[in-house]
Design a protein around this ligand. Structure first.
Ligand code: DMJ
Length: 674
């Protein structure tokens, strides 16, 4: 059949059926436009797809998105080209990805493919690492064995090296050198944490002495007993009533159930290598510790030292950002208490409304020295790890107020009115109401890597005045003690709380040698000895809440309400510090005496209880297992029977609740926000 003349001239027919023509070499203009249009549409769709990839979606603004896409494409560069397909035989497995890579002849491997494979493996490892970091459920192995880098900036100690993957050692060392330079320039230290996915092994810090090993194991068993019973009978409550086997809450926690024992005891579990219990506590905190909409009046001081301190310590030890974020969540709720004319915070804050107040009994509504003076370590560390300066500003301000004030005989009274900025009653003490203020002056200096000179000066001055005006020696037994002072008169009484001062003086003397350090070390020994006497002179071998010095008695309580022992740590704290500083075996032995006494008089099948009268052979129990028993008493005992490298004093400083905080510029686990 001939062509009809109305059909396109390029159409050919075979047996009346139109057939496509293959012989023609070029397209007609209309076809070209059509093909171009198809390619253009395809290109636009492909390019547009980039903007819907998750990593670009977060960018705010179109310009940003376009720029981001441009940057990524530019970076991807050659990777955008399709690689030459492999022509080989078998497949091999790659971690986490199933069978993906086809091997070529194994005898003649293609170097490009080897490189590609290496890159891919590296990328997968990197992604796995990233996932770990993102989920932050992986515990980094702490260098609680001690970095001991103190005098060798730029290198990581052998004990730390053995704990870190090789690339981390290099990274840490590089940073230590950088930090040294940075430190010189602007006093900023940024050392990356050393990542690890191992929980510290249970032998960490074991002392070679078999007796110490045995004693340490016993203390760990005590921790297990205390923890297990809390879990069984009071889980999520603040504390345990070990006799009535239910929860307990002291007024410092308001009416709220905040799991105080969990938060306070968690770093002790970690240090003791109690992984299962630690994880159990961690999950509770992650899922339940929430102060939003909680209508409770909390003590700013107690919440800070137990919760903020405990959480920050866990953050430093593990690198788990959940702890850091919870610490900030809690600290944020305390900030309304600082809204006073002087910036000196109130004692109590309602976490829902922010309404704050002081205790009525405290010198006509004054704030208390040991409370507002015991925020510095946690708040400044919190600022460093979050990058939010507000917390450090608050405590710096408190310090400046105190520095600028006139002090009677150079001493700090226990009360300060936050509205008028005037001292309250002239009561001075290194025991109740004053204690940890002095502790934080020394420790702020230590925590700063000895950079915060102002803190050290204030500490030296305050201690010199306390020693000058309040240090006493008893008449008969020549026991050294700190009395209290009330309106220029000495009250010859020393609180159990004041017994931490043996260790404090020792630490102060040891960390800075000067013309008084030898004398101060003698005082440290004298005070620790007196506190041991207060234990030794009781029927239970446990010390009273306060003890007095009169003509008739020395280092013994007089009044009924001074005779109780509530599982407090201060005496054992001084044993630990003095043991580490002097290596005098008696401190370990005294610690062991305390263990035996606690086991005999405080242990019950439902946990541990305080006792009401240390002078009775069979004292009544108070039915409270204090959270600080797990946070402090048991931790100090465990460390007393461990090697010094476990939470080394060179790398860590304890907050007043025994939560170790890393030393800036020294300890790579400082984890400063950058
Ligand atoms: C703890 O909460 C802290 O040690 C605080 O500084 C004083 N009192 C208790 C333990 O006794």
């Amino acid at each position: 059949m001939a062509s009809t003349g109305i059909l396109p001239t390029y159409q050919r027919f075979v047996n009346g059926v139109p057939v496509p023509s293959f012989s023609r070499r070029s397209f007609r203009p209309r076809e070209k436009y059509l093909i171009l249009l198809v390619f253009l549409t395809f290109g636009v769709v492909c390019f547009g797809t980039f903007f819907f990839l998750p990593e670009f979606r977060g960018s705010s603004g179109t310009v940003n998105s376009v720029y981001n896409v441009y940057k990524h494409m530019q970076k991807a560069g050659p990777d955008l080209l399709i690689p030459v397909p492999p022509h080989g035989h078998d497949f091999s497995e790659i971690p986490g990805g199933g069978k993906l890579i086809r091997h070529d002849d194994l005898d003649h491997p293609d170097p490009h493919k080897i490189e590609d494979k290496a890159k891919l493996l590296a990328k997968i490892e990197e992604d796995v690492e990233l996932d770990k970091i993102k989920s932050q459920k992986v515990l980094e192995r702490p260098e609680i064995m001690g970095i001991s880098k103190k005098h060798t900036v730029g290198s990581v100690s052998e004990s730390l090296k053995s704990l870190l993957p090789p690339q981390s050692v290099d990274a840490v060392e590089e940073n230590l050198v950088d930090n040294l330079n940075l430190e010189k320039q602007k006093n900023i230290v940024t050392i990356p944490p050393a990542p690890s996915d191992h929980f510290p092994d249970t032998h960490q810090g074991e002392d070679p002495d078999p007796i110490a090993q045995e004693r340490r194991l016993k203390v760990k068993e005590m921790m297990k007993h205390a923890w297990d019973n809390y879990v069984r009978y009071a889980w999520g409550k603040n504390e345990l009533r070990p006799l009535s086997r239910r929860g307990h809450s002291a007024s410092i926690f308001g009416s709220a159930s905040l799991g105080a024992t969990i938060v306070d005891g968690l770093d002790t579990l970690y240090i003791m290598g109690m992984e299962e219990e630690f994880n159990q506590g961690r999950e509770w905190i992650a899922n339940n510790l929430d102060l939003n909409n909680m209508n409770a009046d909390l003590s700013v001081f107690e919440t800070n030292i137990r919760f903020v301190g405990g959480l920050l310590s866990c953050y430093a030890l593990t690198g788990d950002v959940m702890f850091r974020d919870k610490a900030e969540h809690v600290a944020e709720k305390l900030l309304p208490a600082f809204k006073t004319p002087t910036g000196i915070p109130y004692a109590l804050v309602n976490v829902r409304t922010g309404a704050s107040k002081n205790y009525g009994w405290a010198s006509g509504g004054a704030s208390i020295l040991s409370e507002f003076g015991t925020l510095h370590l946690e708040f400044s560390y919190l600022s460093d790890v979050t990058g939010n300066p507000i917390y450090r500003q608050k405590v710096e301000h408190i310090r400046q107020v105190l520095r600028g004030m006139e002090k009677p005989r150079g001493l700090y009274p226990n009360y300060l009115n936050p509205k008028t900025g005037k001292w309250g009653q002239n009561h001075m003490s290194i025991g109740a109401l004053g204690d940890s203020f002095y502790e934080y002056l020394l420790k702020a200096w230590l925590q700063s890597g000895k950079e915060d000179q102002e803190a050290r000066e204030m500490y030296d001055e305050a201690l010199a005045r306390l020693i000058q005006h309040m240090l006493q020696v008893s008449q008969r037994s020549k026991l050294m003690y700190f009395s209290d002072m009330k309106f220029d008169r000495l009250e010859h009484k020393m609180d159990h709380l004041a017994c931490f001062s043996g260790g404090l003086l020792g630490l102060g003397a040891h960390s800075l040698k000067n013309e008084v350090s030898e004398r101060y070390m003698d005082i440290a020994k004298g005070i620790t000895n007196t506190c041991h006497e207060s234990y030794d002179r009781s029927a239970t071998k446990l010390g009273p809440e306060s003890f007095r010095f009169t003509e008739a008695l020395e280092a013994k309580a007089m009044k009924t309400n001074e005779k109780y022992y509530i599982l407090r740590p201060e005496v054992i704290e001084s044993y630990l510090v003095m043991w580490r500083l002097t290596k005098d075996q008696k401190y370990r032995d005294w610690g062991w005496e305390a263990v035996e006494a606690i086991e005999k008089h405080c242990r019950v099948s439902g946990g541990y209880s305080g006792i009401k009268n240390v002078y009775l052979e069979d004292p009544q129990k108070d039915d409270v297992q204090q959270s600080f028993f797990l946070a402090e008493t048991l931790k100090y005992l465990y460390l007393l029977f461990s090697d010094d490298s476990l939470i080394s004093f060179d790398d860590w400083v304890f907050n007043t609740e025994a939560h170790p905080l890393p030393i800036k510029g020294i300890n790579p686990l400082y984890r400063e926000f950058v």
